[in-house]
Design a protein around this ligand. Structure first.
Ligand code: SF4
Length: 492
């Protein structure tokens, strides 16, 4: 006698009856780009992505993707389509999109002030027409400083950051002191908080400066380009051993303010290209937990000296990938150090959160993420805009603190036009690029190199560089190995 539970007598329908039928879904907007010989990267407008074989892509768009196939649930859970009658996916997508765009409402966070363009080093890539260390004609006045702070406190950002740039800011420490004290007073009056950083070569660090920075909670950022010979080649001084001074300064800052009170970054010159591991080793040896590997900027002395023509984007990409792979390998072996630009890209790739990094935003972050007040009161949409002006082209000058209002500068034609034209969602080349959700615009660099703020992407070095970095990082993540775990640990 058959059991009452035997398959031939039960009333249950087979599992397939409860699964969606082929094609019973609606596609959501997404972009794609060929990733390697057989796969495509699919990304949607909140940045979720999938690497799929070309056959899967064809099935997805022709609505023949089978619910039992491996790609179905991955693509569904990442919102590349939704099943008919299901609305929760759309609500979730909308929430992620609001989160992704939230930084736009935050508005300008980083405010850079140049208290002087005097300097005591002669870096080969200097982007500013610096003056001698005793020429006080290029120092900021108190009136301009007051207006700069008024400007900064007009920003609605909940994370105000004040950064002193130069020249060498410590050559006009009196103005740095004035601005810091005034900032802390304004904090009390407004109930807001400002984090303050001095970007310095540290050659003039003194006990007085350290005690002041301790009292007013001021951190430092410095440049360390690699081992002694490389650093001194890139950042020579007629007055002192640049490498010795920087290392001594790092030690003093750490002792007085704590190990986290100083960070460092490097600039890649032609002389750096063959030494990626040595540069990383220098950072490890100096106990830094982070290194920022930057290509040279095409402004100022860097371009006049021909430095940018001494290496190609392809050469820099190879340098970067070698250094990054080495850093990952160090981490796997237990030596903790993070590459800062990869960390920014990972945040873009793996989370819906913004980075605040000017070059990785749509629209461009100039003016609305960062802004610069020059020693003479001129206001520029970014540090690179100031560098361009130093070369004789003030295209991105928004106005002057002494003569123009906040409204006039933030609503100036040059800023509004630039923002309007740098929404990568609609920019030729970017609008149908699978990396668009992670990428950004660099209108100043494109204007400088291609004579156009949007830029022609097929020949854009910004585009070439970012495509290569996205491919490399996503490729590592997709490998699912120990290297992928290291990268995931860098997100912040
Ligand atoms: S700049 Fe290049 S990599 Fe970036 S979104 Fe545009 S086309 Fe894609």
């Amino acid at each position: 006698m058959p059991s009452s539970l035997s398959p031939s007598h039960h009333n249950f329908r087979p599992l397939e009856d409860f699964l969606p039928q082929n094609g019973a879904y609606q596609l959501l907007p997404f972009r794609f780009v060929r990733f390697d010989t057989t796969r495509y990267l699919l990304s949607n407008f909140v940045g979720e992505h999938c690497l799929v074989e070309s056959e899967t892509l064809h099935e997805l768009v022709s609505k023949t993707l089978r619910p039992s196939s491996a790609g179905y649930s991955a693509l569904k859970s990442r919102h590349f389509f939704f099943e008919s009658g299901e609305t929760s996916a759309l609500h979730l997508l909308a929430t992620k999109y609001r989160t992704k765009q939230a930084p736009l409402a935050e508005f300008t966070s980083l405010h850079m002030i140049v208290p002087t363009i005097r300097c005591n080093t002669s870096c080969v890539y200097c982007q500013v027409s610096h003056k001698s260390s005793t020429d006080q004609s290029c120092d900021m006045t108190e009136e301009a400083a007051d207006r700069a702070l008024d400007f900064m406190f007009r920003s609605p950002s909940s994370h105000l950051k004040l950064e002193f740039q130069g020249g060498e800011p410590l050559l006009n420490f009196a103005m740095v002191r004035y601005i810091v004290e005034r900032t802390r007073q304004l904090e009390k009056q407004t109930g807001r908080e400002v984090s303050i950083v001095i970007c310095s070569n540290l050659s003039l660090i003194s006990e007085e400066i350290l005690q002041f920075c301790k009292k007013y909670h001021v951190d430092f950022s410095t440049s360390l380009d690699g081992p002694r010979d490389l650093h001194n080649h890139n950042r020579p001084s007629a007055e002192f051993d640049s490498y010795e001074r920087t290392l001594a300064g790092i030690t003093r800052v750490r002792e007085a303010l704590g190990i986290c009170a100083i960070s460092a970054l490097m600039t890649t010159t032609q002389a750096s290209l063959s030494r990626p591991r040595e540069i990383v080793d220098e950072y490890v040896g100096q106990d830094f937990k982070s290194i920022f590997l930057r290509p040279i900027n095409p402004y100022g002395f860097a371009s006049r000296a021909g430095a940018i023509t001494h290496y190609s984007t392809t050469e820099w990409i190879e340098f970067y990938k070698t250094a990054l792979d080495y850093i990952i390998d160090l981490n796997i072996r237990g030596i903790i150090i993070r590459e800062a630009y990869a960390a920014l890209l990972l945040r873009r790739i793996l989370t819906p959160y913004g980075t605040g990094y000017v070059d990785l935003q749509s629209p461009a972050g100039i003016g609305i993420s960062a802004i610069l007040f020059n020693h003479d009161g001129n206001v520029y949409a970014s540090d690179e805009s100031r560098m361009l002006a130093e070369m004789g082209d003030p295209h991105f000058r928004l106005g002057n603190l002494l003569t123009d209002s906040y409204e006039n500068m933030m609503l100036s034609d040059v800023l509004i036009d630039t923002l309007t034209e740098t929404m990568t969602e609609g920019v030729p080349g970017c609008s149908d690029c699978g990396f668009q959700p992670y990428c950004g615009s660099d209108p100043v660099r494109h204007y400088r190199l291609q004579g156009d703020i949007v830029g022609f992407k097929p020949t854009s070095e910004f585009c070439q560089r970012h495509m290569a970095l996205f491919r490399h990082i996503i490729g590592i993540l997709d490998g699912g190995s120990a290297a992928a775990d290291v990268l995931k640990g860098w997100m912040y």
